[in-house]
Design a protein around this ligand. Structure first.
Ligand code: GDD
Ligand code: GTP
Length: 412
């Protein structure tokens, strides 16, 4: 059998997702009606050979416990557990730390998935390639623009065989626009590679007095990308499966808006019964939580998610946006390219707006009046926008009240 490991990180990470990650870990933020990591779990459930899933991170156990209980019932196909690192051990250090638990039952293959990516997770296609090529590792790749490429791990591939020739994490100069999507399939022999990377690192540390173990330069902190994938590309048994489907990384809070749009579009294409039916007032795809109260004269969509107990008033217009739990949008207000936080209120005839961006673009900022700002507008938890007030490309910290028009600002 096979296992899936999802790297969820911990509280010191996800800083670019602030202010939305102030109260809730980024992997649990809801897009298209579900926490971010629900989407890869759903893909894992479609692969019958995966019997166990571990979430690996350094958040407290209690944060994931209620979710895990719920997912255990929803996905009887696999068992799911949270494995907590005592400190951030890096993307490979955590795997190594839990190697005994992971190798229990002798799984032959391991999927490793970054929690902060949004894609269709073509796990079955990766497995097929793995078998066909008798691989040791298969990496999910996608092509991005030359400008975007250097923010990711870059792959030089043999186009005939799909073999990885070189792998460079976030290179300083351009080497390729085929990038690492953060989804891997490894044979269990990956642990011997991690072990030798760890030994090499211990030797380097011992011989270099400028490295300070208290800065995280200890041999137990290992990065999959720098310490493992490089050596793997010498093995000739490392392949890349290129997805033609959508892919986005979720780093900034604003990137939740395109991720929401992409998952809603996917659900719409697969005729998911979670979405609302089209009408004069619903432009699909739209997700409305069953407990939300939406006035029949409000117009929603496309690419809108409305959370639990949210209230949308008469004549309101919501497009390309996420409205979170218990938020309220009063009558005739307009919300475009925005995120409305938990318990926030948008007054009557108010406008909360961001700038339209293509979902295929990997940047979440725009330059307005010579200043670089977030392309979306974000109200965090418990914010209030007064009646008729206009909020344009602003990020608002929790508990703020906006009584005047604001644009291109972070409101603290
Ligand atoms: N458990 C655990 N422990 N998880 C971690 C740790 C750690 O110490 N450090 C990072 N993670 C998790 C993060 O939560 C995230 O899901 C994933 O590992 C990768 O995070 P980063 O290390 O911040 O890397 P990145 O996102 O900048 O880049 C990676 O992903 C890109 C695709 O999104 C690299 O793999 C790139 O090559 C790749 O292109
Ligand atoms: P953001 O915080 O939104 O940027 O999300 P992130 O998860 O990508 O982390 P970030 O980009 O802030 O991390 C910047 C660098 O700091 C990365 O190269 C990480 O290796 C490092 N880093 C972040 N958090 C930790 C941590 O808890 N421990 C260690 N050792 N390094 C970390």
């Amino acid at each position: 059998s096979n296992k899936a490991l999802i790297l969820v990180g911990g509280p010191s990470r996800g800083t670019r997702f602030r202010p939305l990650s102030l109260d809730l870990p980024k992997p649990l933020f809801e897009v298209a009606g579900h926490p971010l990591i629900y989407h890869p779990l759903k893909a894992v459930a479609k692969v019958p050979s995966i019997k166990e899933v571990y979430l690996i991170g350094y958040y407290e156990e209690s944060i994931f416990a209620p979710y895990i209980r719920q997912w255990s019932t929803e996905f009887p196909q696999f068992t799911i557990k949270y494995l907590r690192e005592y400190t951030a051990l890096g993307t490979a250090g955590g795997l190594y730390h839990f190697r005994d638990a992971i190798m229990k039952g002798n799984p032959s293959r391991l999927f490793v998935i970054n929690a902060d990516v949004c894609c269709s997770f073509p796990l079955k296609d990766m497995l097929d390639m793995f078998e066909e090529k008798e691989a040791e590792a298969v990496l999910l790749g996608t092509k991005v623009s030359n400008e975007a490429a250097s923010n990711f791990g870059c792959i030089v591939v043999d186009p005939k065989t799909s073999q990885v020739r070189h792998y460079v994490e976030k290179p300083e100069s351009h080497i390729s626009n085929l990038i690492n999507c953060g989804v891997y399939l490894f044979s269990s022999s990956v642990f011997s590679l991690i072990r030798s990377a760890m030994e090499d690192k211990a030797i380097r540390l011992a011989s270099d007095p400028t490295l300070d173990p208290s800065d995280g330069d200890t041999s137990s902190v290992l990065r999959l990308e720098q310490d493992i994938l490089g050596p793997l590309s010498d093995s000739r048994r490392f392949f890349v499966y290129e997805t033609r489907d959508f892919w986005r990384q979720i780093k900034t809070a604003g990137s939740a808006v395109p991720a929401n749009a992409l998952y809603l579009q996917k659900a719409w294409q697969s005729e998911s019964n979670e979405l609302s039916q089209p009408s004069a007032f619903i432009v699909p795809p739209v997700y409305i939580h069953p407990t939300a109260v939406v006035d029949p004269t409000a117009k929603l969509g496309p690419n809108v998610s409305i959370g639990p107990r949210a209230v949308i008033g008469a004549g309101a217009r919501v497009k390309e946006s996420i409205v979170l739990e218990d938020a309220e949008i009063r009558h005739d207000a307009c919300v475009l390219y925005s995120i409305i936080g938990w318990q926030s209120k948008v007054g009557a005839w108010a406008r909360v707006e961001g700038t339209p961006m293509s979902v295929t673009e990997h940047s979440t900022t725009v330059v307005k009046n010579g200043v670089r700002v977030q392309s979306v507008s974000i109200l965090s938890r418990d914010c209030k926008v007064g009646d008729e007030v206009r909020v344009w490309n602003c990020v608002t910290l929790p508990f703020k009240e906006l009584k005047r028009d604001v644009s291109n600002e972070v409101i603290m």
